[in-house]
Design a protein around this ligand. Structure first.
Ligand code: SF4
Length: 356
């Protein structure tokens, strides 16, 4: 069965083609689509809208559920759940659900899901547990979609739903561009899960050619750039990609993106004590970002075993924000989520050292 096509890898027209080949009317494809993306069914038995014989046939030729949850970690405040999934080839990936309490978040409850686009990652950012583990393989579009469907089903049982999706888990989404966009398109399909494009955020280390391509496609998806340093020497030391695309080239592509889409861009900044959390660095960053429609999202570093850097303290974070804002660059200091469950990307997969 491992070589059978994975049902979430199929788009609606591919599903129709398959059903036609089986001699079934095309409306059967729509029934399956609705079952997958509106009812969140994930085993053939659940597709009670289909004749039993067809369910049995589909079970023989398609894989329905390859994402096997093998470990959960819930944060002590109960607001964050991380799931480690085993793929059909035993690779491990993670997805994290973060609940934002309405009383602490502008009166709006949010459930943000952070998903993976690759098993491992080739980008080698030194502060990141996934980067420390190296690259295994790209996820298929269906494996990206299935992470969302897993949580959608879980939340649906509680009368809730995912409100935002960020591609900020394991992997560099622009290094797996085609499958990432195909997954978003499938989740965005108004006939199925119908998850609005503006509720997705893609986070990239800055693959310049892909930022330009993304800009040309004029999608409504939010874009975030992991920046973390204002000078090339510092950025190259923690993010090897900077040797290929330096900060000037990256920010040129960001300006192109803003020009093409008229959308604000977000810069992610992991505040590392004594490294990039000083007023001097904030001033350099402000000079780099001047005139760009942007926002800086700063978050104290999530410590990992393979990197010596420590998280900033509250006082330095506040000073960093103030310096940026005085220079006209909006900045938010975000809370670290799920520290006690190792919610930084890659930390759970790295934690499980025995693959079955
Ligand atoms: S931070 Fe993102 S791009 Fe960098 S190594 Fe980790 S997963 Fe890859």
């Amino acid at each position: 069965m491992i070589n059978s096509p994975f049902i979430y890898d199929l788009d609606q027209s591919e599903l129709e083609k398959l059903l036609t080949e089986l001699g079934e009317p095309s409306y059967r494809a729509n029934q399956i689509w609705q079952g997958l993306y509106k009812q969140y069914w994930n085993t053939p038995d659940e597709f009670t809208t289909l004749p039993k014989s067809l369910r049995e046939q589909l079970d023989k030729i398609l894989r329905f559920e390859p994402l096997q949850p093998i470990k959960y970690l819930d944060s002590s405040d109960g607001q964050t759940r991380k799931t480690l999934f085993k793929l059909h080839d035993n690779r491990l990936i993670e997805a994290v659900l973060m609940n934002y309490d309405p009383s602490t978040h502008k009166g709006q409850g949010r459930r943000t899901l952070c998903i993976s686009s690759q098993a491992g990652c080739a980008m080698g950012c030194v502060f990141c547990a996934t980067g420390q583990m190296g690259f295994m393989r790209n996820l298929t579009s269906g494996e990206i979609v299935a992470q969302v469907m897993y949580y959608a089903r879980m939340l649906d049982a509680q009368g809730e739903s995912v409100t935002n999706i960020v591609l900020m888990g394991m992997g560099e989404p622009f290094h797996n561009y085609g499958n990432t966009m195909a997954a978003i398109d499938r989740l965005n399909d108004s006939d199925g899960y119908n998850f609005g494009a503006r509720r997705f955020t893609i986070s990239t280390v800055g693959l310049v050619s892909k930022i330009r391509k993304f800009a040309d496609e004029k999608r409504q998806i939010n874009l975030a750039i992991s920046l973390h340093a204002a000078e090339d020497a510092e950025r190259s030391a923690i993010m090897p990609i900077n040797k290929k695309y330096n900060i000037s080239k990256l920010l040129e592509a960001c300006r192109y993106y803003v020009d093409q889409t008229s959308r604000r861009i977000t810069f992610e900044w992991a505040l590392i004590a004594g490294v990039n959390d000083t007023e001097e660095v904030a001033r350099k960053l402000a000079a780099r970002l001047k005139g760009l429609m942007c926002h800086v999202n700063a978050i104290p570093l999530n410590p990992t075993e393979g990197y010596q850097g420590q998280a900033t303290n509250r006082q330095s974070a506040a000073r960093f924000k103030e310096t940026l804002e005085q220079a006209g660059i909006p900045c938010t200091i975000r809370m670290r989520r799920g520290i006690d469950i190792q919610a930084g990307c890659g930390q759970l997969a790295g934690f499980v050292d025995v693959l079955e």
